[in-house]
Design a protein around this ligand. Structure first.
Ligand code: SAM
Length: 196
């Protein structure tokens, strides 16, 4: 058992969020997904850079991390981490639209950018072909959960939930893990025109 398997010992809700915009159990789930994959990682949406730090810390030194954000606002602690020589050599920070396809083959895709249905679908369409068979895609804000129960709100983004539901229904991906609003899916097949 590893430290990330002990998330159940903590209170996990949206009040956990700081530099990383994830709850503790969600971050543990993302960490586990990174650990169970190989190859390049593409992050869509980094804002303060917290999840980018996590992806880099969880991945082996031979893995490249590419992070795309339209309007990042890095925290100083994330920037300090990014300039470490052993990190900078395998990190590509892109400022731009995540809907632009890239060339790298991917072992893991982390989707946490535009949370509208159209936005998530555009991200999947842009990058699905680059994800290896049985590669993992991790969605944030996909699963209705009680992260905002303290203010009587349900915490998720319906557009993300719907995109994930359609992917599973079409059989191109299968849900393999979840924590809070995070959903981890394994790629089973390529996209077809009738899914979204
Ligand atoms: C929820 S924040 C990401 C939080 C980060 N993953 C974390 O957990 O620390 C969403 C980010 O997605 C970015 N974003 C929204 N639409 C985008 C797009 N079309 N292309 C690239 N980035 C986008 C926003 O600028 C914002 O910084």
């Amino acid at each position: 058992m590893n430290f990330e398997d002990l998330a159940f010992l903590f209170t996990n809700d949206n009040r956990n969020r700081g530099v990383i915009r994830m709850n503790f159990d969600e971050a543990a789930c993302l960490w586990r997904a990174v650990k169970s994959t190989e190859g390049n990682i593409l992050e869509i949406g980094r804002r303060h850079g917290g999840s980018t730090v996590l992806l880099l810390a969880a991945s082996e030194p031979d893995r490249k991390v590419i992070s795309v954000d339209l309007e990042p606002a890095h925290h100083a602690s994330a920037d300090s981490f990014f300039v470490r020589p052993e990190i900078a050599s395998r990190l590509e920070l892109v400022i731009g639209d995540s809907r632009i396809p890239r060339g790298e083959t991917l072992g893991l895709l982390f989707v946490d950018g535009d949370h509208s249905y159209e936005g998530v679908v555009a991200d999947i369409v842009a990058h699905w072909a680059q994800l290896v068979p049985c590669g993992l895609v991790v969605f944030h804000d996909a699963v209705p959960n009680d992260g905002l129960a303290h203010i009587n709100e349900i915490n998720h983004c319906p557009g993300v939930t719907e995109a994930c539901r359609r992917m599973q229904k079409a059989g191109i991906a299968i849900s393999i893990a979840s924590a809070g609003s995070v959903l981890v899916m394994k790629k089973l097949a390529e996209l077809s025109n009738d899914i979204f």
